[in-house]
Design a protein around this ligand. Sequence first.
Ligand code: SAM
Ligand code: SF4
Ligand code: SF4
Length: 335
Amino acid sequence: MDLLDTLSRPLRALRISVTDRCNFRCPYCMPREVFPADHTFLDRKEILSFEEIERLARIFAGSGVRKVRLTGGEPLLRKDLPDLVQRLVRIPGLEDLALTTNGSLLQELARPLRAAGLQRLTVSLDTLDEARFKQLCDAEVPLSRVLEGLDAARSVGFSPIKLNCVLQRGVNDDEILTLAAFARDGGHILRFIEFMDVGTKNGWKLDAVVPAREVLARISERWDGEPIQESRNGRVAERWRYSDGGGEFGVIASVTQPFCGGCDRARLSAEGSLYTCLFAATGLDLKTPLRNGATDADISALIGNAWKRREDRYSELRTTQTGSLPKVEMYHIGG
Ligand code: SAM
Ligand code: SF4
Ligand code: SF4
């Protein structure tokens, strides 16, 4: 019997944040004023070990989860990450294991991650302009490092790779066509994501959002395309296929056309709390029971009860009721 929340949504997907640390300071996620170089991140003992993550992932799989995505912070900063991948791909019932990264460490890690069994990769890429990249990641990492990482990942068999591009008005919305052409040429699937009001620290404003409709209009002036028809359930991206065989791209209209109705996703923070929405204010601590000797059945019951009570549909309510509600920060639960 499927575990269903109050809106009859099953639990199918889990994002696991493996670290709260990041080597970038993207202003929309971890602005440097709030996360300076001496910022105190979680202590090693506070974050879940690989054994603990594996055990929880097995329990989640028993509760209906079929897809897992590793994220962060920057997941590739977590030491020995391929070992975790190796543990997770063995879990019965998990059909899909993916990872989202800023790409800066892919050159070294693409091969071991692939060898460990990682199936799919998403690389965040908001610009192809070197100077702008510096501003957008606010770190001493050149764009070329990410692009070389992308090539390394493709050459070890990650294909197609998804590219995530968060568009912001007046920041990178002049690059829609350049990024689309880059993705077409490289055989990647580009997804344009609407800038979201995640967390409380990124100074989000509605007028900085570039609506997905506008992206579609801009792309269709240049290339013909048709929508890929599929069930919306659990899908966040609206997918389009280029008519000339140039592959596909997608738009994720989280702000202008929310998709909470089909949201089957839970999130596990690096310190082991379960969040049932990207915009949730509080999580359910699973680490304490895990470390205090709870059985798998006990933990499964905690997850089940939390999911059955779930009412989240933040994005659908955003325009009317939310205002300044407290929310978890994105680097904490991984987007
Ligand atoms: N560090 C990795 C990375 O950047 O790919 C993984 C974690 S990051 C939080 C996951 C995704 O969230 C990235 O693609 C990032 O661009 C996106 N993201 C972060 N802040 C966002 C915001 N305010 N609105 C929309 N997407 C955002
Ligand atoms: Fe780091 Fe990713 Fe957040 Fe950028 S979006 S600060 S790379 S976690
Ligand atoms: Fe899911 Fe919450 Fe996003 Fe709605 S706002 S799609 S419920 S994570």
